[in-house]
Structure formats: structure tokens, C-alpha cells
Design a protein around this ligand. Structure first.
Ligand SMILES: NC(=O)C1=CN([C@@H]2O[C@H](COP(=O)(O)OP(=O)(O)OC[C@H]3O[C@@H](n4cnc5c(N)ncnc54)[C@H](OP(=O)(O)O)[C@@H]3O)[C@@H](O)[C@H]2O)C=CC1
Ligand SMILES: O=C(O)C1=N[C@H](C(=O)O)C[C@H](O)C1
Length: 256
């Protein structure tokens, strides 16, 4: 039986994770963590403890699932590692230096963990395909589209896509060097020269399009998460497998 804590249990992803864990006979939801006064839309089992202060969490558990907010994810993940809970982190917003620090902490304890910018298989494949395409088609722009309640921009997935592309793309300047924005920001933000555009609209869930252009041809790779349930098989695999690992990985593909 894998004993699980879910942080951010009352949120959109947290609620899906609560349901997924409760539906599995081999997972036990021993505790949830959220803001004071919150409650779960999915009724919790009697043995599930509810915490609203990080330092009060004292339960025996194997895995810490985190779907909170960018401002708190580093502190939560550090707490999880220090308490020997294998972190399975979906929350976005961790900086590179924070990830390095968390990886060192986990390595020191030989504790398995996963930070996944996206738990959906369509997004994992999109990132891999985009990385492959960028070797041959270095002119690329990323458009990510999300619901209008999202706190961070660009999305963790778009940023990770740009990082993966940047690892394989030869030093490259794209577009017209004399280009001027007549409306500031109209060409998006850039990561290593790769433009990223973030769209926020009600009705959207999570979507990404990577567009490549070359002389006389183009390639568009797109993925759509129409429902948050699409992330849950990835979270389930991570919860299942992560305790057997000995390091903190970034990217679901590392444990599939
Ligand atoms: N990796 C992946 O596949 C995916 C990742 N995400 C990421 O997961 C995160 C959560 O997304 P989503 O569920 O949509 O967001 P929500 O805003 O719906 O949920 C976040 C939850 O965390 C709670 N929270 C806020 N501060 C704290 C805190 N200090 N301690 C504990 N809980 C806290 C919020 O409470 P309150 O509302 O009261 O502030 C809320 O219940 C985001 O970073 C998002 O980008 C989302 C989808 C997929
Ligand atoms: O906030 C979301 O909704 C999502 N966040 C993650 C991200 O920032 O990439 C994953 C997915 O895009 C949904």
C-alpha cells in the first residue's frame, strides 16, 4: 500500500488527485494539506487527516503529491524531502536553482522524486517531438493556451518545451534583426531567443502549439488537455513508481 499526502487538495488538480488516489485499492490517502477553512468536494475517508499548517504534518507517508501554487511549491517540496516523503510535484514555478537545490537534498537522502511540468502523455510527446523537430527546423515559436485562472505565465510546459529545444538547437537568431514592437510585448516573451506567447481565456483547460517554419514549409505540433482527468494517469504512475527511485527527476518521461 502506498501512503499518500496531497498538498493543494481543494484546488482543481488537487480534487482530481484526491479522487484518483481514493479510487485506487493500492493507494491510501493518509493526509491532505491546504489553506485554512478549505474542504474537499470529494468526501474524504475517516482516516485521512486534514492539515492547514505545513509544520503540523507528522503522518507516516511514502509520497507527497503537490498541486499548490508557484509561491509555495519550493517550501513544500523541501519539507517533503526533509520528512522522507517522495515528492511528486505538478505545481509549476520552480526556478532552475531551486530544482538543483532540491535534487541535491534528495540525492543526499537517496530519495526518489519527480517534478513534472506536465503529467499528460500528449504534452510529454509534444515536448519530445518538438525537441526532435528543432534539430532540423530551428525557427520556432511556442503558443500556450490556458484557462484564465492560471497564476503563472508562461506555463511550465511551454518553458520546459523551450528548454528542451534550446538544448538541441544550434546557436540561432531568428526573425528580422531590425524588428520593432509598436505595441510592447506583442511578439511575446523569449527563452534563449525562442518566442513564447501565452493566451488566457475562460473555457480553455491546457493547450500548447509549437510552430516551426522553414523555406517553403512549416510544421505545427499541438496538444490539448480538454479535461484535467487527462493528467491523472501520469500522476498515478508517478505515485506507484517513485518510492523505488533514488533521485529527483524532472519530466514524467524519466519514469515511464
Ligand atoms: N504538472 C501538471 O501536469 C499540471 C500542473 N498544474 C499546476 O498545478 C498547480 C495547481 O493548479 P490548479 O489545481 O489548477 O490550481 P488551483 O488554484 O485550482 O489549486 C491550488 C490549490 O492550492 C491551494 N493553496 C494556495 N496556497 C497554498 C499553500 N500555501 N499551501 C497549501 N495549499 C495552498 C489553493 O487554495 P486557495 O484557492 O484558497 O488559494 C488551491 O486550493 C499550478 O501550478 C498548475 O500550473 C496544473 C495542471 C496540470
Ligand atoms: O495551470 C494549469 O492548468 C496547467 N499547468 C501546467 C503548466 O503550467 O504547464 C500544466 C498544464 O499546462 C496545465
Amino acid at each position: 500500500m502506498t501512503k499518500v499526502i496531497i498538498a493543494g487538495y481543494a484546488g482543481k488538480m488537487g480534487q482530481n488527485a484526491v479522487k484518483m488516489v481514493q479510487d485506487r485499492d493500492d493507494f491510501d490517502l493518509v493526509a491532505v494539506y491546504g489553506q485554512p477553512g478549505q474542504s474537499s468536494a470529494t468526501p474524504l475517508a475517516d482516516n485521512t487527516k486534514v492539515f492547514d499548517k505545513l509544520d503540523d504534518i507528522d503522518v507516516d507517508a511514502d509520497v507527497w503529491v503537490d498541486f499548490t501554487i508557484p509561491a509555495t511549491v519550493f517550501e513544500n517540496t523541501k519539507f517533503a524531502i526533509e520528512h522522507n516523503y517522495s515528492p511528486v510535484v505538478g505545481t509549476t514555478g520552480l526556478k532552475d536553482d531551486q530544482i538543483t537545490e532540491l535534487q541535491a537534498l534528495a540525492a543526499n537522502k537517496q530519495l526518489g522524486g519527480l517534478i513534472a511540468p506536465n503529467f499528460g502523455i500528449s504534452a510529454v510527446l509534444l515536448m519530445q517531438f518538438a525537441q526532435q523537430a528543432a534539430k532540423y527546423m530551428p525557427d520556432v515559436e511556442i503558443i500556450e493556451m490556458h484557462h484564465d485562472q492560471k497564476l503563472d505565465a508562461p506555463s511550465g510546459t511551454a518553458l520546459n518545451t523551450a528548454k528542451l529545444i534550446s538544448k538541441v538547437r544550434k546557436p540561432h537568431k531568428q526573425g528580422n534583426p531590425d524588428e520593432k514592437e509598436t505595441i510592447p510585448g506583442v511578439r511575446g516573451g523569449t527563452y534563449d531567443g525562442i518566442p513564447i506567447h501565452a493566451v488566457r481565456l475562460p473555457g480553455l483547460v491546457a493547450h500548447e502549439q509549437v510552430m516551426f517554419g522553414s523555406t517553403g514549409e512549416g510544421l505545427t505540433i499541438r496538444q490539448d488537455s480538454f479535461d484535467r482527468v487527462s493528467f491523472m494517469s501520469g500522476v498515478a504512475v508517478a505515485v506507484e513508481k517513485i518510492s523505488a527511485e533514488k533521485e529527483l527527476f524532472v519530466g514524467l518521461e524519466n519514469i515511464l
